[in-house]
Design a protein around this ligand. Structure first.
Ligand SMILES: [Zn+2]
Length: 180
């Protein structure tokens, strides 16, 4: 469970697919009506405008659903990048490089990446993260699991196992000898 995924990344897709099927059918019907009107040679411009309006009314929601699905995919990739990152902050360059390596989309520039992040956070596709425009950092609002930075060190003096924070200078819990 990725806590960086916002509420809009969890839409029920079965409904979308049902809608696409229905709307596609209606779009095809509207297009065939238009062709029928053309073949019958109806000359009134208003008839064609009505036909084209019907096509647009049915086709536009299909476009919106597909675009929403693409946005969800982007959000899922970015949520995964933040989830897998050990630190609580990432530079935009790190985000961009991870995104490219996961998706293969080499054309994504840093400024496009920035705009995407701001939009996805703003539109509730992503949560628990903030993009700081001034420092160009993506910041996690969830504390990263501290267990990730713990290491086990065996004391050279007494052989006792000590769990310490990596990089921290500490002494053995059993004999007080410095651990290194
Ligand atoms: Zn010891």
């Amino acid at each position: 469970m990725n806590d960086y995924l916002g509420k809009r990344s969890f839409r029920i897709n079965a409904l979308d697919y049902t809608l696409i099927v229905l709307l596609s059918f209606m779009t095809i019907v509207s297009i065939s009506v238009l062709f029928e009107d053309i073949s019958f040679g109806i000359s009134e411009a208003i008839d064609y405008i009505v036909d084209i309006t019907f096509i647009a009314v049915f086709a536009f929601p299909i476009y919106k659903i597909i675009m929403g699905r693409i946005t969800q995919k982007k959000a899922q990739t970015l949520a995964l990048i933040m989830y897998q990152n050990p630190d609580s902050a990432m530079t935009i360059t790190e985000v961009q490089q991870s995104y490219i390596s996961k998706t293969g989309k080499v054309a994504v520039t840093e400024s496009a990446m920035e705009a995407m992040l701001i939009r996805l956070i703003d539109k509730y596709y992503l949560k628990n993260m903030n993009y700081d425009i001034a420092s160009h950092n993506l910041i996690s609002l969830i504390e990263k699991a501290p267990t990730a930075s713990f290491i086990t060190v065996i004391c050279k003096n007494c052989g006792a196992q000590n769990r310490i924070i990596k990089g921290d200078i500490q002494v053995c819990q059993s004999c007080g000898n410095p651990l290194n």
